[in-house]
Design a protein around this ligand. Structure first.
Ligand code: ATP
Ligand code: MG
Length: 425
C-alpha cells in the first residue's frame, strides 16, 4: 500500500459532524455582529511579511518565532501566512480608503497561522473571529466591544468567563514606565528566565506578559503602568469603567495585563475562563490608536478584539452550554426493486421542492440494507416506494424514531404530514 499523507502537525481537519457545529457557530456570530452594525471584510491569508513585522513588532512572540514566512520563489516577494488579522484589516482599510466617509465598524473570521507547540486549544492553524472599530476615539466604543462580547457569551449560554481590563496608556507614558521597569527588572536580573533577560532592554513590557510561574512574583511587584498613566488615558479608562458598570457588565482590573503585540495603547482587555486549562484566554483586544497612521493611512484611532473559535467551541462543548442541533435530513427515500428507482428519484426531488431535506438511497443494496441506511442517517422518516405504491400513486412513510405507524398516502398528503412533523420537532 502507498504511504499515507497526514495533515500538517498542529493543523486540524474538520470532519462533517464537527463542521456542522462550526457552521452553526458561524451563523450565530454573523447574526450577532450584524445586530451591532459591524460589516464583514475578507482579506487574503497571505500578506507581505513587512506588514506584520512593522505592526506587531519585531520583539514579540509572534514575529520572533511564530510566523510562517517564506520567499515566493517565483518572484522573490517576502510573504507571511497571517498570524492575526488586525494588521490585515487596517491594511485593507488604508488601501481602499475605507475610512474616507467616516469611522467604520468591521469584522472578519477565518484561519490564522502561528508556528507554536501544538496542544489543547493551541494550534498552528486556528480560527479567529474579530471586530475592528476604526476611526473611533472614545471609551464608548471600547465599552461597546466589551458589552457585545458579553452579549455573545450570554447568547451561547457561557457563564464561566471573566472580563479583565487595564490601560497601558499613551506611548509617552509607556516610555516613562519603561525606564522604571528596566531599573526594577535589572535588580531582579538573576531571577529572570532567558527570554526575560533577552527582552530586558528590547521589550521589557512584554516580560510582564510572561506565563512562567517562576517569574510570577517579580511580575506581581513590578512598577505598575496604571500608576504612571497620563491624564487623558486615565480619564478614558475611568469613563470606560463607568460605562461598563452602567451596562451591568462585571469586570476586574488586572494591572498586569499588557497584551503581547506592539500596536496596543490605552485600553486592553481579555476574557478568560478557568475551564480550558493553560489556554485560559478566549478573547483579547484593545485600542491601537497609532496603527492606521503607522501603516500609511491618515491618523485614525481604533479599537478591536479577536477570539479563538476553537477555544470558544471547546468551551461550548465542555460545558454543554447550548445544544448544537445535529445535522440530519428530514427524510430518507428508499425503494423496492429497480423499476421503482426512477419514481424514487422524482419523489425525492418533489420532497426537496416542498422544502424538505431528502436523501435518496444510492447504490446496489437490497431493501433491508436501504432501511438500515435510512435509520443511521438520522432522518425522522423513511419514504418508501414499492411496486404497490407506484401502481396506486402513493408513498409509504415510516417513522424511524419513537412510536408511530407506517402509513400509505398520496405524495401531497405525505408532504403535508412531513412538514407538520418537522415544525413540531
Ligand atoms: P495566548 O496568550 O493564548 O498565546 P495570544 O495573546 O497569543 O494568546 P491573541 O493574539 O491575542 O492571542 O489572539 C486572540 C485569541 O486567539 C486568543 O485569546 C485565543 O483564543 C486565540 N488564539 C491565539 N493563538 C491561538 C492558537 N495558537 N491556537 C488556537 N487559538 C489561538
Ligand atoms: Mg500566543
Amino acid at each position: 500500500m502507498a504511504e499515507k499523507f497526514q495533515a500538517v502537525r498542529g493543523m486540524n481537519d474538520i470532519l462533517p459532524e464537527e463542521a456542522h457545529a462550526w457552521a452553526f457557530l458561524e451563523a450565530v456570530l454573523r447574526h450577532w455582529l450584524g445586530q451591532y452594525g459591524y460589516l464583514e471584510v475578507r482579506s487574503p491569508i497571505l500578506e507581505s511579511t513587512g506588514l506584520f513585522t512593522r505592526s506587531i513588532g519585531e520583539v514579540t512572540d509572534i514575529v520572533e518565532k511564530e510566523m510562517y514566512s517564506f520567499v515566493d520563489r517565483l518572484n522573490g516577494e517576502n510573504l507571511t501566512l497571517r498570524p492575526e488579522a488586525t494588521a490585515a484589516c487596517v491594511r485593507l482599510a488604508v488601501q481602499h480608503n475605507v475610512l474616507y466617509p467616516g469611522p467604520q465598524r468591521l469584522w472578519y473570521m477565518g484561519p490564522m497561522f502561528r508556528h507554536e507547540r501544538p496542544q489543547k486549544g493551541r494550534y498552528r492553524q486556528f480560527h479567529q473571529c474579530g471586530a475592528e472599530a476604526l476611526g473611533f476615539a472614545g471609551p464608548d466604543i471600547d465599552a461597546e466591544l466589551m458589552v457585545m462580547t458579553a452579549r455573545l457569551w450570554a447568547l451561547l449560554g457561557i457563564k464561566e468567563v471573566t472580563l479583565e481590563i487595564n490601560s497601558i496608556g499613551s506611548a509617552a507614558c509607556r516610555a516613562r514606565h519603561r525606564e522604571k521597569l528596566i531599573a526594577y527588572l535589572e535588580l531582579h536580573r538573576s531571577e529572570l528566565d532567558d527570554e526575560g533577560v533577552r527582552r530586558l532592554h528590547s521589550n521589557p513590557l512584554r516580560i510582564l506578559d510572561s506565563k512562567n510561574p517562576a517569574m510570577a512574583h517579580i511580575i506581581e511587584s513590578a512598577p505598575r503602568l496604571t500608576d504612571d498613566l497620563d491624564d487623558e488615558s486615565a480619564q478614558h479608562f475611568e469613563r470606560l469603567q463607568f460605562l461598563l458598570s452602567s451596562a451591568g457588565i462585571p469586570f476586574v482590573l488586572n494591572h498586569r495585563l499588557v497584551r503581547g503585540l506592539d500596536y496596543y495603547n490605552g485600553t486592553v482587555f481579555e476574557w478568560t475562563t478557568p475551564l480550558l486549562g493553560a489556554q485560559s484566554t478566549i478573547c483579547a483586544g484593545g485600542r491601537y490608536d497609532g496603527l492606521v497612521e503607522q501603516l500609511g493611512g491618515k491618523p485614525a484611532p481604533a479599537c478591536g478584539f479577536a477570539f479563538g473559535m476553537e477555544r470558544l467551541l471547546a468551551l461550548i462543548q465542555e460545558t454543554q452550554s447550548i445544544t448544537i442541533p445535529v445535522s440530519a435530513p428530514d427524510v430518507y427515500v428508499v425503494y423496492q426493486g429497480e423499476d421503482t428507482q426512477p419514481a424514487a428519484f422524482l419523489t425525492a426531488d418533489a420532497l426537496r421542492q416542498a422544502g424538505l431535506a431528502a436523501v435518496l438511497y444510492c447504490g446496489e443494496g437490497g431493501f433491508k440494507n436501504q432501511l438500515k441506511r435510512a435509520d443511521s442517517s438520522g432522518a425522522g422518516y423513511a419514504v418508501i416506494l414499492g411496486e404497490d405504491e407506484i401502481r396506486n400513486q402513493t408513498v409509504s412513510i415510516k417513522p424511524l424514531r419513537g412510536q408511530g405507524q407506517q402509513q400509505t398516502v398520496s405524495l401531497t398528503h405525505a408532504i403535508q404530514l412531513l412538514k407538520q412533523e418537522r415544525t413540531h420537532a
